[in-house]
Design a protein around this ligand. Structure first.
Ligand code: ZN
Length: 377
């Protein structure tokens, strides 16, 4: 089950409120806590997005690891402890504020049954958001489904009542802390302890985020101040979606442009031909689109003969302007043909984070007007 977990934020498809999920008796399983619920929710996520492999960035409350008699199956409890020791999950005194920080900084959705009522003042973008939270619910025949929940805007009196329950808020996530958190994602940090998995971030397979403690950036394993080793290399991940199912992922880096089309002629080109029927091949150009980074933003240029549609977060589709670099936002779909789309995965990048949360989070893939938008092309 551990293969669905990652603490490499760049590889994550979603954040998961682990304690909330494994303690939800409506998701099947036995006892107060059952890891089978995590497995079911991962299956529901895969079904929702037509994805094969899932990578959840999980945050658990300390009480899940130390609570007595939560798990009927002692092996599950041991597995959970191993995940925590191995750095596969984050463990926090209270998971909610950490999940919300991560969601704010990355734009990733949170899988949880929680509506975060006690945190609306600190994270005002939650009010009225319809894509911050994916909530599990029992589906037909004992299955589990995930649905996007619109978080209702709370009246002021309800805010204060919920906040009283939440002492962590008193410590405050101040504006200065928010700025520091952006730095934290924009740069690579090294723990001075040479044996630490966070010692050499340039060579690490997984990028573990350091933690902010008391206004300083520290290694939570060693309590040492982390050393800034320079800006974090830019990269963006794109998914090839064929008939609603993910078939391939590729990464665009700042090092060189990334062409995409129906051939592998150019170096580094992403070849779409394995997924094309002979009829479709005629409609896709050898080099159809070119991705690159410009001023820290991912941009795309349409070099195709037949054009490409851009489906915006609100479900409307318009033709992509030809032969110009245009920024591609998280949650925007490039529609090459009906049933053939390229989608940017959830994570945002430092230059984009400053603009994030002013225009809302991206619309979820697969929800809403997909069908209409594709056929309107
Ligand atoms: Zn360390």
């Amino acid at each position: 089950m551990s293969e669905m977990l990652t603490t490499a934020i760049d590889h994550a498809d979603a954040l998961i409120d682990l304690s909330n999920i494994v303690r939800n008796p409506r998701l099947g399983g036995h006892g107060k806590a059952d890891l089978i619920r995590l497995e079911r929710v991962a299956g529901a996520f895969a079904a929702l997005y037509g994805q094969s492999g899932i990578a959840f960035y999980a945050v658990a409350d300390t009480s899940l690891l130390h609570g007595k008699g939560l798990f009927l199956d002692a092996r599950q409890h041991r597995a959970l402890k191993q995940w925590a020791d191995g750095g596969l999950i984050e463990v926090e005194p209270k998971a909610d504020p950490r999940l919300l920080e991560l969601a704010e900084d990355t734009g990733l959705p949170i899988v949880t049954g929680d509506l975060f009522k006690g945190h609306r003042r600190e994270f005002p973008w939650l009010d009225g958001s319809d894509d911050a939270v994916l909530r599990p619910r029992p589906g037909p025949g004992g299955s589990v489904e995930l649905v996007h929940v619109e978080l209702p805007a709370l009246p002021d009196w309800e805010l204060s009542r919920n906040e009283e329950d939440d002492l962590l808020l008193q410590q405050g996530l101040l504006d200065g802390d928010r700025r520091l958190r952006k730095e934290l994602l924009a740069r690579l940090w090294s723990c001075p302890e040479p044996r630490c998995p966070r010692h050499d971030p340039h060579r690490a397979r997984y990028l573990l985020l350091p933690r902010m403690m008391g206004g300083r950036i520290r290694c939570d394993q060693h309590g040492l101040d982390m050393v800034d080793t320079g800006p974090r290399p830019l990269s963006a991940q794109l998914k090839v979606i064929v008939d609603g199912r993910e078939r391939h992922r590729f990464t665009v880096t700042a090092a060189e442009p990334c062409p995409v089309g129906r051939s592998a002629a150019r170096p580094g080109q992403v070849d779409l031909s394995p997924w094309l029927t002979p009829d479709q091949r005629r409609l896709i150009s050898r080099t159809h689109l070119v991705f690159r980074f410009h001023n820290d933003r991912l941009v795309v240029r349409d070099e195709s003969r037949n054009g490409t549609g851009l489906r915006l977060r609100d479900g409307r589709t318009r033709p992509l302007d030809r032969s110009r670099d245009l920024p591609l936002g998280v949650g925007e779909h490039l529609v090459l043909l009906p049933g053939l789309e390229l989608v940017r995965s959830g994570r945002r990048y430092p230059a984009e984070l400053t603009a994030a949360r002013t225009g809302g989070t991206p619309k979820a893939r697969g929800s809403g007007d997909d069908q209409t938008a594709t056929s309107a092309l």
